[in-house]
Design a protein around this ligand. Structure first.
Ligand code: ZN
Length: 261
């Protein structure tokens, strides 16, 4: 009887919300049950022994009790804390974004061990990478592939011709159009270089992408393209993007002053 009411779960904390005086409602991503929402009782009390193991973005091993409305975390033990994701504000903003994407693209209970692995690897790379933006672009393209929105980057979605060189990215079509087909529809232009990077990031494992050094133009083009496509699919802008953009503007301020802009 008791055994049936308890289950073990490996989980990553995607979101948390204060509840009542000392509790928290957590949104977790688990390999076996997908996204779940659980109650963590008393974790805001200074004496809580679970609190440290249930921080945002932490990878933990949990023991959960089935509740009438919400399941309740009864034990928690950290596997990886991903400390830099809470200490470095830039990394924090990207981790928020990655977690928000998983939260938004997946319904509760939609399990995907592959996505769990991708998320776990991404948080690890985000903790260490020189260029966290590249980690995020790689994650976006692989997440899109796993949730059924893999963008077509090779053949024109208008005429079927294989594309070499420039193209147009059409969010509504879900991929690239050749310039003649793209001219008639809505989309954003992709330089040959930009398209090449998108293909590399989509096709390769991150470890094979980490040495890439896109130019600032390509970097902002990559970001523009994936953001445009993702906001089209989700039909809204993500909250974490405001955090990333505000932070970036703050970081650029002293630079602009130095340059006398
Ligand atoms: Zn075409």
């Amino acid at each position: 009887m008791l055994r049936e009411r308890l289950y073990r779960a490996e989980a990553i904390v995607l979101r948390r919300m204060n509840l009542g005086e000392a509790d928290r409602l957590l949104t977790l991503y688990t390999p076996e049950w997908g996204k779940i929402r659980v109650l963590a009782k008393g974790v805001r009390k200074p004496t809580s022994r679970k609190a440290g193991h249930l921080e945002l973005f932490t990878h933990s091993r949990l023991l959960i009790a089935k509740g009438r409305s919400l399941d309740i975390v009864t034990q928690a033990e950290t596997i990886t804390s991903f400390l830099p994701l809470r200490k470095d504000l830039t990394r924090t903003s990207y981790a928020y974004y990655v977690a928000e994407l998983v939260d938004r693209f997946l319904e509760e209970g939609e399990e995907s061990p592959a996505l769990f692995r991708l998320l776990l690897e991404t948080l690890g790379h985000l903790s260490e990478a020189q260029d966290p933006r590249l980690v995020v672009r790689h994650f976006e393209l692989h997440l899109l592939g796993q949730v059924g929105y893999r963008p077509e980057l090779y053949r024109c979605l208008g005429c079927g011709r294989e594309i070499e060189g420039e193209a147009v990215f059409s969010p509504s079509q879900g991929g690239v159009l050749c310039p003649p087909c793209g001219g008639k529809r809505e989309g954003s232009p992709l330089s040959a270089d930009l398209l090449r990077y998108l293909r590399l990031l989509q096709r390769r494992e991150y470890t094979l992408c980490q040495t890439l050094q896109p130019s600032p133009e390509v970097h902002s083009g990559l970001e523009r393209t994936t953001r445009h496509y993702i906001s089209y699919i989700l039909e809204r802008r993500l909250r974490s993007l405001d955090f990333i953009d505000t932070l970036r503007r703050e970081e650029e301020k002293p630079l602009a002053k130095e340059k006398g802009v």
